[in-house]
Design a protein around this ligand. Structure first.
Ligand code: HEM
Length: 268
């Protein structure tokens, strides 16, 4: 009798544990299945692979994005609203209230040349990770990716793309996105205060489209706010201007990123 009670208790504990881990999206990774879509953003693809966003990658609403970014990486509601406005602008259907990850690949809406891990639209699809492009990017990073090495990789990719793509172009918005993407990935995967991150975490996420929990990464405890994003983007922009002091962004001056954030997609 006692043995039977013990065995049923043990079975219940195992079932509860299985339930706990089965419900944990950080543990629940599945790549896309037939019919699912993914896009040019390694992070949003990753969140869909974990189920923080619809696994199909389709019909993502404001609520889906806000909940997903909050639960996956502790983004506050303002940044999510800001990013949703950009994202929904890529849906070819006017006045839509959702977007799908592959909409983000529409060239020169948000998607830009000189990506860190994708070929330019002239050469192929931005939805697909490209190892050669990413190998060039990571060859400029040390063991720790910081503002200096992050910007070195950006500038190197720009030079390569410019010399190999006869239709190469970057809009002001594209340039701001490039800098924001680097500010964001360092801050989210590493330390948002020192703006540094272990390179292995970044490589893992880009190459597997999976959160690097096996490398010790955890959902940030501090909420990621618009102020943190603007501050870190400005720091990246200052370094970028030092390297390319004749860019449009350089001429626009220190407040560019802030104006962009507060003016939403209405760029000067
Ligand atoms: C945790 C939040 C996010 C992070 C850390 C992040 C980071 C990144 C990074 C690093 C890239 C560059 C990939 C590359 O150059 O190969 C990228 C690309 C992109 N992301 Fe995100 N992203 C985030 C959320 C979003 C959201 C919410 C949107 C919706 C507007 C978005 C839109 C894009 C687009 C359109 C690209 C393609 C840019 C291109 O390379 O042409 N991302 N993102």
């Amino acid at each position: 009798m006692r043995l039977a009670a013990f065995l049923s208790l043990a079975a219940a504990v195992v079932a509860v544990n299985a339930c706990v881990s089965n419900d944990d999206p950080f543990e629940q990774w599945h790549g896309p299945k037939a019919g699912d879509v993914r896009g040019p953003c390694p992070f949003l693809n990753t969140f869909a692979n974990h189920g923080f966003l619809p696994r199909s990658g389709k019909y993502i609403t404001h609520k889906d994005l806000a909940d997903g970014l909050l639960n996956a990486v502790n983004f506050d509601a303002n940044i999510s609203a800001f990013l949703f406005d950009f994202a929904v602008s890529t849906n070819p259907e006017p006045n839509s209230t959702w977007f799908s990850l592959d909409h983000l690949s529409r060239h020169n809406v948000l998607e830009h040349d000189a990506s860190l891990s994708r070929v330019d639209a002239f050469h192929g699809h931005a939805d697909i990770f490209n190892q050669e492009a990413f190998d060039e990017t990571r060859s400029h990073w040390g063991d720790i990716v910081d503002v200096q090495s992050g910007v070195s990789a950006i500038v190197a990719r720009m030079k390569t793309c410019k010399s190999t793509n006869p239709q190469y172009s970057i809009s002001q918005l594209g340039e701001a996105f490039i800098l924001g993407e680097t500010a964001a990935f360092i801050s989210i995967l590493g330390d948002f205060q020192t703006i540094t991150v272990d390179k292995r975490r970044v490589e893992y996420l880009f190459q597997n489209e999976r959160l690097p929990t096996t490398l010790g990464w955890k959902r940030p405890e501090t909420q990621f706010t618009t102020d943190i994003l603007i501050g870190n983007l400005q720091t990246v922009a200052v370094e970028y201007r030092k390297r390319l002091n004749s860019t449009v962004l350089g001429k626009r001056g220190e407040g560019y990123a802030e104006r962009l954030m507060h003016g939403r997609a209405r760029v000067l």
